[in-house]
Design a protein around this ligand. Structure first.
Ligand code: 5AD
Ligand code: SF4
Length: 448
C-alpha cells in the first residue's frame, strides 16, 4: 500500500542586509527543489534556518536568542533540523554549537548552497556539522532563487569585500571580493525579464569596485544591462565613495534604465574620524561625488549610512556630521550607534570611550535632523510628476495602490489593481517623511 506523506516544511528567518535577503531566497529555492514547502511559522517547520547578521551586537543577539528558544520544540520533535547561516555563522563557526545546544548545522557565507546536502548528511549521521571552509573560494551561484516578488528582483554581481574599515566585521565574514562574469549577470537578468521581471537590484558590498577577470567594470556592466529589452529599471547597492569613479557616475547618467537613486554611505562628516575608520576618502571628496551626481540630475535621490559615537569622537566632530547631513539633504539615512565587534581593528585596538548616554543623545539629535530634512524634501515633491512602477496593493488601505518612483520614493495612490505591473505617471499631492501620496495622470502607453 502506498501512503502519501505530507511534504516537509522549512522556515528561513532572515536578519541584516539585502545580501542576506537574497541568500535566503537562494536557500529557499534549494529547499523547494528538494520538495520542501515554505512555512512562516518556525514551530511548524521540519527545517529552520536562521540567516544571521553580526554587523552590530543587537542583531547578532536577537538571532542567537531566537535560535536558543527552539530548544523545547527540538525536544518535542527530535527530527527538527536547526541550521544557522550568514555572518554570525561564518564569524563564530563551531563556538555557536556550544552557545546554542539545539543547533545542528553551522553554515558559512559561501557554503550555504550546500544546505540540502548538509541537511541530508546530518539526518543520516546524526553528527552536528560546521561548514564554513569555503570563505576563501571564488564563488558564483548559477541557481534559480525563489523570488517572492515577481516584478522586482535581487541579482548578486559580486561577493565579499576587500576594504578594511576599522569598525566592520564584513571583510571577515564575507571573504575576498569576487565579481561574477559580466555575461553571467546579463544572462541571469535576461532570464528574469523573460519571466516578467521589470526591475533589478544589483547587489554587492562595493558594487562600484566590480571588476571581472576579463577587466569589465561597473560602468561596462550597467551599459550591458541597459541594452536588455523588456527591462525597465536598474538599481544598485552599496556604492563606496572610495571606489566611486567619474566613469561610474557618467554611466549612471548615460544609461536610461539606471534609476536616479544612490546609496552612498558616509559614516562620519569629520576627516579625523574618517581616517580612524580607514574609509580612504575625506569629506571634500564625498562632497565632490555628490555634487557630480546632482549636477547631472538635481533630483537624483541620495541615502546614506552614519555611525555615531565612534571611539574618541568629540562633540565638535559629531557636529561636523550634523553639518554634512544638513548640506547633503539626504532623502533617507540609516543611522547607528557604534558597536564594537570582536575581531575588528577598532574593537581590538581602540577604547570604546564615548559613554552610551552620549551615543544615544547624538543618535537622537541626528535622527531628529534627518527626519525634518526627509519631511521637507517630500513636501518639495508636491506638484512634481513621477514615473511610478505599480508594485501592489497598499497594506494599510486595500483601495490604494503602492509603487516607487525612479528616485525610489514610495508612493500610494488610488487606482485599479489591473495597473499592477505597469508604469504610470503620478502627480504628487502630499507626503510625510516616509511616503508620498499622488494621483495617476497617465498610464503605461506613454512609456512604450
Ligand atoms: N557599529 C555600528 N554600525 C556599523 N556598521 C558597520 N559596522 C558597524 C559597527 N561596528 C554600519 C555601517 C554600515 C552599515 C551596513 O552598518 O554604517 O554602512
Ligand atoms: Fe550584516 Fe554586513 Fe553580513 Fe549584511 S554583510 S548580513 S549587514 S554583517
Amino acid at each position: 500500500m502506498i501512503t502519501a506523506t505530507a511534504p516537509k516544511k522549512f522556515s528561513v528567518i532572515t536578519y541584516g542586509c539585502q545580501m542576506n535577503d537574497h541568500d535566503s531566497e537562494i536557500m529557499e529555492g534549494l529547499l523547494r527543489s528538494r520538495g520542501y514547502e515554505k512555512t512562516e511559522d518556525e514551530h511548524d517547520a521540519d527545517v529552520v534556518v536562521f540567516n544571521t547578521c553580526c554587523v552590530r551586537e543587537g542583531a547578532e543577539n536577537r538571532a542567537i536568542q531566537r535560535a536558543q528558544s527552539l530548544a523545547a520544540a527540538k525536544e518535542r520533535r527530535p527530527g527538527l533540523v536547526v541550521a544557522m547561516s550568514g555572518c554570525v555563522a561564518q564569524d563564530q563557526g563551531k563556538r555557536l554549537l556550544d552557545r546554542i545546544p539545539s543547533l545542528d548545522i553551522v553554515i558559512g557565507t559561501r557554503d550555504y548552497i550546500r544546505l540540502p546536502e548538509l541537511i541530508e548528511k546530518y539526518q543520516i549521521d546524526g553528527e552536528r556539522i560546521v561548514a564554513t571552509e569555503d570563505i576563501d573560494k571564488p564563488f558564483s551561484v548559477n541557481l534559480v532563487p525563489i523570488r517572492e516578488q515577481k516584478l522586482k528582483g535581487f541579482v548578486n554581481i559580486m561577493y565579499g569585500c576587500n576594504n578594511s574599515c576599522t569598525y566592520c566585521i564584513v571583510p571577515k565574514t564575507r571573504g575576498e571580493e569576487w565579481s561574477r562574469p559580466l555575461a553571467e549577470v546579463v544572462d541571469e537578468v535576461r532570464g528574469m525579464v523573460a519571466q516578467g521581471y521589470r526591475e533589478v537590484m544589483l547587489l554587492g558590498q562595493n558594487v562600484n569596485s566590480y571588476m571581472t577577470a576579463a577587466r569589465e567594470d561597473f560602468a561596462d556592466l550597467l551599459s550591458a544591462l541597459n541594452e536588455i529589452d523588456g527591462l525597465w529599471r536598474i538599481r544598485y547597492t552599496t556604492s563606496n565613495p572610495k571606489s566611486c569613479r567619474d566613469r561610474h557616475i557618467e554611466a549612471v547618467a548615460g544609461c536610461d534604465k539606471v534609476m536616479e537613486n544612490l546609496h552612498l554611505p558616509v559614516q562620519s562628516g569629520n576627516n579625523r574620524v574618517l581616517r580612524m575608520m580607514k574609509r580612504a576618502y575625506n569629506v571634500e571628496r564625498y562632497r565632490y561625488l555628490v555634487e557630480k551626481f546632482r549636477a547631472q540630475n538635481p533630483l537624483h535621490s541620495l541615502t546614506t549610512d552614519i555611525i555615531v559615537g565612534f571611539p574618541t569622537e568629540t562633540e565638535e566632530e559629531f557636529q561636523d556630521t550634523l553639518n554634512l547631513v544638513r548640506d547633503m539633504r539626504y532623502d533617507n539615512a540609516f543611522m547607528f550607534i557604534y558597536s564594537p565587534r570582536a575581531g575588528t581593528v577598532s574593537a581590538d585596538t581602540m577604547v570604546d570611550d564615548v559613554p552610551m548616554k552620549v551615543k544615544k543623545d547624538r543618535l537622537q539629535r541626528l535622527i531628529d535632523l534627518q527626519e525634518s530634512i526627509a519631511f521637507e524634501k517630500n513636501q518639495e515633491e508636491i506638484g512634481r510628476l513621477h514615473e511610478v512602477l505599480v508594485e501592489g496593493i497598499s497594506k494599510k488601505d486595500p483601495g490604494q495602490l503602492v509603487g516607487h518612483t525612479r528616485t525610489f520614493k514610495r508612493v500610494v495612490f488610488d487606482g485599479n489593481a489591473r495597473l499592477i505591473g505597469s508604469r504610470v505617471n503620478v502627480t504628487i499631492t502630499g507626503g510625510n517623511g516616509h511616503t508620498l501620496m499622488g494621483d495617476v495622470v497617465t498610464r503605461e502607453a506613454s512609456f512604450a
